[in-house]
Design a protein around this ligand. Structure first.
Ligand SMILES: C[S@@+](CC[C@H](N)C(=O)[O-])C[C@H]1O[C@@H](n2cnc3c(N)ncnc32)[C@H](O)[C@@H]1O
Length: 402
């Protein structure tokens, strides 16, 4: 690795990611019944971090669902086999979640450093919750960091070793002609630009009908970006690739220059406001308000509003003896009450959301498309046919405690 980056520190970013996902799950922002199995020391993340993970999760799941729901021509309906390849998968649990949702693809392959896959293989072997989700005949090796089952494979590889990638996808039983969804969440940005470009080129050459989903940082040059980079550098995991692709345009160019047919990149502010479902955003805002404003604040607020509504009217009522006037005042008061309520509410929401806009502007989702089979004409941010990232229950009780 580059002297500004060391392997252990980059691998440790995986523990951070799992802890952050668990923080989000415990607050009720998203559902993941498995991530707690991968976190030794749960932590409570700030609302800003929670929002980042929530938006990232919602965007990935929505695009992934579009891919999984894509159908070929009439005779392939329901029979089109699909595969997912997760680069630098860490302790991600998407495979297990898709299993629960009955949406798991024909093949799900995860690659990471051996140190990471060994830990994941050990957890899969020892934890029945995880073990039950892969076939009974699976072969699991903690030493070599491998899980080989019918529909799920976990393999150890340094992604920069391109010739090995070919061997590993053969070992995993991937069919390069099948529709393939490639995930790289906060992975390529830790690699030197030549390695990232080689990986992007290799995926494009290998998979002719594929989506590449990328989530990572942008804008290293403003004050927030510089601080973000310093924080990571001080931990020994520099964002080696960020100056090579610092903007949305540069992320799109990366894909097109390395052979992908087309690419689109949006920052997370836009993804959140224009792509994440309104219903998901509302759910987010409710939980976020509860998280940002302790219950006591809300109770005080309600008491003030209640006082305003009841007492102020009764006091003033004594001044009136005309019944009609009382009705008019009641109408005015209730209007005023609702106006005030919605003003206070919208101020709270603005306060909550404005806190995290800097953060959201420094992350992006980019996707690239190769469409040899002509399946992905509708795919992407502008496809509004998919309403829900996934079915799940709003868990307000769990949002009360981390
Ligand atoms: C920030 S974590 C993200 C994990 C996962 N993608 C997620 O979003 O939860 C980065 C992961 O990339 C892996 N990684 C980084 N460089 C790698 C390389 N050269 N080869 C294999 N894995 C790598 C790390 O080990 C780590 O698990």
């Amino acid at each position: 690795m580059d002297s500004r980056s060391n392997k252990e520190a980059v691998q440790a970013t995986n523990d951070d990611a799992s802890a952050s996902k668990l923080s989000c799950v415990k607050k009720g922002y998203m559902k993941d019944d498995y991530v707690h199995l991968f976190v030794r020391r749960p932590v409570r993340r700030s609302p800003i971090i929670n929002r980042g993970y929530f938006a990232r999760w919602a965007a990935l799941r929505k695009l992934l669902n579009q891919f999984l729901d894509t159908e070929g021509n009439a005779c392939e309906k329901g029979h089109l086999k699909k595969q997912i390849l997760s680069l630098g998968a860490g302790f991600d649990t998407t495979y297990f979640q898709l299993q629960d949702e009955g949406k798991a693809p024909h093949l799900y392959v995860e690659l990471d450093f051996k140190e990471v896959t060994s830990k994941k293989a050990t957890l899969i072997e020892t934890c029945s919750h995880l073990r039950d989700k892969i076939s009974a005949t699976a072969s699991i090796s903690r030493e070599s960091g491998e899980v080989l089952s019918d529909h799920y494979k976990l393999l150890p590889v340094d992604l920069r070793d391109i010739p090995k990638l070919d061997d590993f996808i053969t070992l995993a039983g991937m069919d390069p002609s099948l529709p393939t969804f490639i995930i790289a969440e906060c992975v390529l940005i830790y690699l030197d630009p030549d390695s990232s470009r080689s990986i992007v080129r290799w995926t494009s050459k290998t998979f002719s009908t594929a989506i590449f989903f990328l989530y990572e940082q942008i804008h290293p040059d403003d004050a927030f970006g510089q601080q973000m980079i310093r924080n990571l550098e001080s931990r020994g995991c520099s964002l080696l690739g960020i100056h090579d692709t610092p903007t949305l345009q540069a992320k799109e160019n990366l894909f097109v220059e390395q052979g992908w047919q087309r690419a689109v990149a949006w920052d997370m502010l836009k993804v959140y406001s224009d792509f994440v479902e309104a219903q998901e955003r509302r759910r987010y805002v409710y939980i976020c308000i509860l998280e940002n404003f302790p219950l006591i604040d809300l109770v005080v607020l309600l008491v003030i509003l209640w006082y305003h509504l009841c007492f102020s009217r009764i006091e003033r009522l004594e001044l009136f003896d005309e019944f009609e006037e009382w009705h008019m005042m009641q109408a005015r008061d209730s209007e005023g009450f609702f106006v005030k309520c919605s003003l206070i509410f919208s101020l709270m929401i603005r306060l909550v959301l404005s806190q995290s806009s800097d953060f959201q502007e420094h992350y992006c989702v980019a996707y690239a498309i190769n469409d040899a089979l002509g399946l992905f004409g509708d795919f992407g941010f502008l496809n509004h046919r998919h309403q829900q990232p996934q079915p799940h229950v709003m868990n307000l009780s769990s949002s009360a405690s981390p």
